[in-house]
Structure formats: C-alpha cells, structure tokens
Design a protein around this ligand. Sequence first.
Ligand code: GLP
Length: 261
Amino acid sequence: MEVVIRPDHADLGRLAGEVVARLVGERPRAVLGVATGSSPRPVYADLVARVRAGSLDLSGVSTFSLDEYVGLPEGHPSSYRAEIRRELTDLAGIPPAQVHSPHGDAEDLPAAAAAYESLIAQSGGVDVQLLGLGSDGHIAFNEPGSSLASRTRIKTLTRRTREDNARFFDGDADAVPTHCLTQGLATILQARHVVLLAMGEGKARAVAELVEGAVSARWPATVLQWHPHVSVLIDEAAASRLELAGYYREAWANKPDWQGL
Ligand code: GLP
C-alpha cells in the first residue's frame, strides 16, 4: 500500500488521472472501476480536461460503478448511474452502452447482483478501480460488518452513511434510500490496481484504520491491506491521524522516477 499525502486536491486528481491515462495509452479498451461521491471528482475533472485537450481518448473504455441505491427509478438525478454519467462518462466521451452499474431498480435483486458479477468477469475484470472512503470505513457501500469475502449483493445503509449522503438528496437523510446493491469486498479486491482518494478531517479516522489498523470487518476498507497494488491518495487533514505519516512522505519524496503509482 502506497500512501501519498498532498495538500492540493487537484494534485491528487492529477496523480490518479495519470494512472488512468497511462493505462488507456497501453490498452484503449481498458476497464475502469468508478466511484461516486465527492472524493473522485478531482480525478474526473483531470480526465475530462485531458480529453478536451486531445491528449486522452476514453471512447473505448468501459466503466463499472461500485454501487447503486435500491429503488430509485431509472434516470433519477441522485442515482449513481446518473451521477457517473454527469460527472464523468458523458463529459469524457464514453458511450452509454459501455457504462455499467448494478441495477438497483431490478425486481429480482439477487439475480441483478449475480448478473453484475458475471458482466465484470466477462469484461476481463477491472484494470484500475477508483475508490472513495466512507467516514465509517466503508468502500463502495460495504458497511461495517461486511464479509471480507463478499460479492455484489444487497446491503442496508447505516444511518451515518445516509446522513453523510443527505447532501445529494436536498439535505434530507430520510430521502436517502435505506438499501443498495454494492460490489463486495472480494469483488473490489479483484481489480488489478486500486486507487483510493480521501480528503478532509472527517475521513482521518477511517484512513488511519485503513492504513495502520488491524484488518477487520469493523473497518471494511482495511481489507485492502490484502491487495498487492493499492495507492492511497489523501490530503493533509485526512492524513492527520496517521502515526507513520513522516515515513510515507519520505518514501514519496525518494520514489524512483521510473516508478509510477
Ligand atoms: C458513498 C459511496 C462510496 C463513497 C463514499 C464517500 O457512500 N457509496 O463509494 O466512497 O460515499 O463519499 P465522498 O467521497 O462523497 O465522501
């Protein structure tokens, strides 16, 4: 796990954007795992800027979202499918047919979850997975207590997550759906490279657990300690509870030029 601490969110976005740009340069039909929420937005801004500047072509890329609320009708503006199109794929020229999300509006949710797992496998698997981090340590919507071996399935959201996400529902936590379909922790672990972004004091405890805590379903993101290639991109506030921040800064400052993230 590599921890990169940078004060400037645009810098964090550029670092992750470089990872995607390099991947797509080598594999124009790459598979990108995408996250919703505010944390990945600097990455999406960076990618859209590269596309607009003509230095990056994302038209062959497929995307797989991590999760989706249950029960929001197709096209609902707060659905994650709509958010990903709005924040990234429509702006970056990724055709809608290549943009995949779990079907949270399906009648048969277990079947929709299994179909989503199959679709990811058929695509060849996720090359780079962008992740945010919940203040309670969740990744995707794998709330505390999630099985470390979990696959895509229905989950109940915690009250805290619904309150955190109320800002996307006119500030009304009760309007946030109670359930979601989410990739499991074992699904996420299959991505070839995981790039997690976290900013702000509200994420500091979850970041400290993720990087330096014991692997436990209590803090689901800690499962990433089992992944061989994870980049944790954070700002100073999110880094504020790390015991070994000095070491991470030193490692970054002395990183060989040839070695990307
Ligand atoms: C939601 C999403 C997660 C995201 C988290 C953090 O719960 N399901 O994928 O990581 O929020 O969101 P933000 O980046 O807005 O803090």
